[in-house]
Ligand binder design. Structure first.
Ligand code: ADP
Ligand code: MG
Length: 283
């Protein structure tokens, strides 16, 4: 029995209307660009005028660190939210980027699965927390996007993210085993759709760490585009040293070096995400 089957034995209430767009950055593989994309897509969306909350759901806390959130500012974290000791609003801290906030994480999160055990509704903790996020706030203080940075595994945390999301955004590294990992992820999404969250869709696949001089990179792009068609965003994120340097300064790459190709790519990705949102809403 998978973790999804186990939690499906629980209730499956409806999500109230009028909530932000909720996108999970998910891929069970580590090091593919989930956190980098959460930080920089979040920053780019905020730069365009969206009000963005990043939910750090990885015990490693890389999104929190990469956005310069000091450990001392994590006294209320996503762990406290998921165990029911704080609201999501209470955990939020502002970042140096206007309109970009984060619910930070700490290592405590790694114990969540054991702690919640077989508690009914444990897969819906995050969904319910996000549902209350925009309650009783003025319209110019509500969030328009929630981006969930998932850990690199299919555990209760990732299941919470998928149960809470409207759609999944999959960062896919341009490397040899990319397609293999992708089929595994797609079948997980299918499983979540048939049990915990019938509305879950794939927003898109973003190819990361693309290197045009590398034949393998080009071959992977061709294969993924053939296999996934229009689900693959036109924008590809190039391998760019500025992107990898930025987190050690606690800054998104758009703040660290706005003019570099990495920043340009994330801005393009943000406009493509918004465009896709418009099309989804229209249809
Ligand atoms: N486009 C890129 N160019 C260069 N380095 C990158 C790029 N995207 C991510 N990285 C680096 O690769 C590593 C893994 O990325 P990360 O976003 O943390 O992956 P994940 O969250 O999926 O584990 C990090 O050190 C990050 O700085
Ligand atoms: Mg990560």
């Amino acid at each position: 029995m998978t973790v999804i089957d186990q939690v499906y034995q629980d209730d499956n209430a409806q999500v109230p209307a009028g909530h932000p767009r909720i996108l999970a950055l998910a891929n069970q593989k580590g090091g593919v660009g989930k956190t980098t994309t959460a930080i920089n897509l979040g920053t780019a969306l905020a730069a365009i005028g969206e009000r963005v909350l990043i939910v750090d759901l990885d015990p490693q806390g890389n999104a929190s660190t990469g956005l310069g959130i000091d450990r001392r500012n994590r006294s209320c974290s996503t762990y406290d939210v998921l165990v029911g000791e704080a609201s999501l609003r209470e955990s939020v801290v502002a970042t140096a980027v206007p309109r970009l906030h984060i619910a930070p994480s700490t290592m405590d999160l790694s114990g969540l699965e054991l702690e919640l055990g077989t508690t009914p509704g444990r897969a819906f903790r995050l969904r319910d927390a996000i549902a209350a996020l925009n309650n009783n706030v003025s319209p110019d203080n509500d969030y328009t996007y929630v981006l969930i940075d998932c850990p690199p595994s299919l555990n209760l945390l990732t299941v919470n993210a998928m149960a809470a999301s409207d759609a999944i955004l999959v960062p896919l590294q341009c490397e040899f085993f990319a397609l293999e990992g992708l089929s595994q992820l797609l079948s997980t999404v299918e499983q979540v759709r048939s049990t915990l969250n019938p509305n879950l869709s794939i927003h898109g696949i973003v190819l990361t760490m693309f290197d045009s001089r590398n034949n393998l990179s080009n071959q992977v792009v061709a294969d993924v585009r053939q296999f996934m068609g229009a689900k693959v965003y036109k924008t590809m994120i190039p391998r760019n040293v500025r992107i990898s340097e930025a987190p050690s300064y606690g800054k998104p790459v758009l703040v660290y070096d706005l003019k570099c190709v990495g920043s340009e790519a994330y801005l393009k990705l943000a406009t493509e995400v918004i465009q896709r949102e418009r099309e989804l809403r229209a249809s």
